[in-house]
Design a protein around this ligand. Structure first.
Ligand SMILES: *Cc1c(COP(=O)(O)O)cnc(C)c1O
Length: 393
């Protein structure tokens, strides 16, 4: 089998054509499938082969196209598509865990991910240990007494701290743990997580995969064994499957994802450079800049790129940050990310509002911190929008 480049897989991977030979992928907007005979129905329920479907919660041709395309793009054996990114995180964890298991997780997580590991898993008798993801000694210590699973976001939200996938996976595997990486901020374009040691990679497809703000979706990627024997039975019976219409949106999203994400990263770097040293900016976090404390790791893990997100701190706390947001003319105030449209988020009052001031401080989320998701607009327009809004701050 020849391995094709990601951009080729993004456009052609997983395509299945009907008898009509349609150029663009078809949306099979059907819940069920009719059988030629009672015998065929019986055989299908005994064990469905490839391209044999029973019910859309179990699988659907459009969803299967999306799963195959994203698996080829990621370099994973298989994938299961889910209704949202959180359905993917929940599915990856709950499908493999049971009471008495131990999970070691990074503390700096997307709010809903933190809710699952901190609030829900312990309710089911699962011991959860939280560590500072960038500190390998903490991982080592927490993993010394073994674990069933390790969970972390490879680039944290919103401070863009990196977790070393390779080093943590080596420690986790020695402890007998399955490594589950939420790789949203690194994006599938810059991901090499499986080659770096991750066993399971999850994405919110809502972000860079759709990339155009239309639909919620998610995906769990891993070995065929894990996806089909562990994830699929859990997902198909608990109802978190992706809809065929969403799968079609995501299929079309993947086609342009590489082009979008590279353009977004180019602008993100330009913005990070433009705000560095600005008299109203006290701190800039961008993994592509040498000023990032883990720049070397970021270079290694992201193949020399810096990603599409930039975080920076404005002098003057919440008031100055709000003046900055309200002065933006092109960049929108929202909380999504990975979109073609650039988005500014004030984490302390929105995405991380639920945390106590002490928790926020511990995660480096000050009242002046802004998170930017950089879109595909003209780089110079974005830079000048930010600079004029900083003047107003
Ligand atoms: C958005 C996001 C999720 C959740 O995805 P949804 O599609 O909103 O359910 C999980 N993890 C990270 C890092 C995210 O950015």
């Amino acid at each position: 089998m020849t391995t094709k480049g990601r951009r080729t897989q993004a456009v052609h991977g997983g395509t299945k054509r009907s008898q009509w030979g349609e150029l663009s992928e078809a949306i099979f907007l059907t819940q069920g499938f009719a059988y030629d005979s009672a015998e065929q129905a019986e055989a299908r329920f005994l064990g469905a082969g490839p391209d044999e479907y029973i019910y859309a919660r179990y699988g659907n041709p459009t969803v299967a196209m999306f799963e195959e395309r994203i698996a080829l793009f990621e370099g994973a054996e298989d994938a299961f598509a889910t209704a949202s990114g959180m359905a993917a995180v929940n599915g990856a964890l709950f499908s493999m865990l049971k009471a008495g298991d131990r999970v070691v997780s990074a503390r700096a997580l997307f709010g809903s991910c933190l809710y699952i590991v901190e609030e829900i898993l312990p309710r089911f008798g699962i011991e959860v240990v939280l560590v500072d993801g960038a500190d390998l000694d903490q991982w080592k210590e927490a993993l010394a007494s073994g674990a069933k699973a390790v969970f972390f976001e490879s680039m944290s939200n919103p401070t863009l701290e990196m977790v070393d996938i390779e080093a943590v996976s080596t420690l986790a595997h020695a402890a007998g743990a399955t490594v589950i990486v939420d790789n949203v901020f690194s994006t599938p374009v810059y991901s090499n997580a499986i080659a770096q040691g991750a066993d399971v990679v999850v994405y919110s497809a809502t972000k860079h995969i759709d990339g155009q703000g239309r639909a919620l979706g998610g995906v769990i990627l891993g070995s065929r064994e894990f996806i089909r024997k562990t994830v699929e039975p859990y997902m198909k019976h608990t109802g978190g499957s992706m809809s065929p219409f969403t799968a079609w949106i995501m299929l079309k999203g993947i086609e342009t994802m590489d082009l979008r994400v590279r353009a977004q990263s180019t602008s993100a770097r330009a913005i990070a450079e433009a705000v560095t040293g600005h008299h109203k900016v006290t701190r800039v976090s961008y993994p592509g800049l040498v000023s990032h404390p883990q720049h070397e790791l970021a270079q290694r893990q992201l193949g020399g790129a810096g990603g599409t997100m930039v975080a920076f701190e404005i002098e003057g706390g919440k008031e100055a940050a709000f003046r900055f947001c309200n002065a933006l003319e092109i960049i929108l105030i929202s909380n999504n990310l990975g979109d073609a449209k650039s988005i500014a988020t004030h984490p302390a009052t929105t995405t991380h509002q639920r945390l106590s001031p002490e928790q926020r401080a511990g995660l480096g989320i000050s009242d002046g911190l802004m998170r930017l998701s950089v879109g595909i607009e003209a780089t110079e327009d974005l830079v000048s929008d930010i600079l004029q809004a900083l003047d107003a701050a």
